[in-house]
Design a protein around this ligand. Sequence first.
Ligand SMILES: Cc1cc2nc3c(=O)[nH]c(=O)nc-3n(C[C@H](O)[C@H](O)[C@H](O)COP(=O)(O)OP(=O)(O)OC[C@H]3O[C@@H](n4cnc5c(N)ncnc54)[C@H](O)[C@@H]3O)c2cc1C
Length: 337
Amino acid sequence: MKRIAVVGGGVAGFGVALVAGDDADVTVFERNERVGGRAATHERAGCVYDVGANYVKSDDERVSRVVRELGDGLVETDGPVWTFDADGEISEGRDEETPKWTYRNGLGTLGKRLCEASGATVRTDTRIAGLRRDDAWYVEDDDGDEYGPWDALVLTPPAPITASLLDLAAWDDEARRELREHVGHVPYRPILSVALHYSFDIERPYYALVNADKEHEVGWVARESCKPGHVPDGESLLVVQMAPDWSATHYDDDDFEVATAVADRAADLLSEHSLAAPDWYDVIRWRDALPDDGADRNVLRQGAAADLFFAGDWVAGEGRVHRALASGLETGDEISD
Ligand SMILES: Cc1cc2nc3c(=O)[nH]c(=O)nc-3n(C[C@H](O)[C@H](O)[C@H](O)COP(=O)(O)OP(=O)(O)OC[C@H]3O[C@@H](n4cnc5c(N)ncnc54)[C@H](O)[C@@H]3O)c2cc1C
């Protein structure tokens, strides 16, 4: 059996493991305690809420099939997405046919299910800090422990992290410099995502509001109670994602300052003063939240000559769960071939 190391236990990493694991031994290294990456869910006081990706919506038949097959507890988000502009003017959005999926236990379930289905060996709490290429690949964690040899290595963290791994790699090859330069130029934007809880109902004709002109400080507001099983009756939980500029400026503010400012803006946007005073909040900082562009696959292919592969939303060219998963499945095909 070939031995493959995958850095990153998000949906892309497990997409690789799911396919390549049919005829190879795959080990996934994940820096966090939990798998799933930016498809992440928190639980608190009886509420379940998606703090990264809010739902998965797929126009890709292969991805839809995988999601359905792993779908015990898969639920559809109820209600349309409406829009608002720079002045906070709300407009009715299109009623889309494609279902917006999450799980009863939140979108984090997708990473867990992919992980189980892949059969990969998973090392959580293991941040890879170094790469070395000899006759084979070796990876080193931040405690200095080295793992290997690996016949193939797959890098799936967001592009800025992948670029810094390539930067430090002990791999004497011209391709390393070119890959590092190219991957390092894939832009990512930060997002501060804030959950605001209220002990009363917030009734609206929409599930979520998205800022269409990208001129508002708020980028997205969603009512988590539109997801079956997420919020107890008689309560409400808003997930508010702030625009990239606002998020960058306030990234290091303390949680209370961020939550207060965000709740004020939610109250203004939804024209309901009581929303300025949530009874609890949860602030989540995503430094590399969404790619603004994708990498050139022809440049990335240079890695294949040295059994180095890439997957993730930045490889697919869009910050979407289904695109990241599709990228992982495709990279798995490429390695198997
Ligand atoms: C706030 C927010 C809202 C979003 N909303 C949506 C949405 O509604 N719908 C949608 O489809 N998409 C949405 N997205 C985008 C979607 O979440 C991502 O595109 C997708 O989850 C990316 O998956 P990935 O596997 O490529 O990367 P990730 O999920 O980032 O996985 C990479 C993994 O690598 C790990 N890692 C990083 N560095 C190391 C290291 N050195 N060693 C070991 N492990 C490492 C990380 O911890 C992570 O688990 C949203 C994202 C954010 C942040």
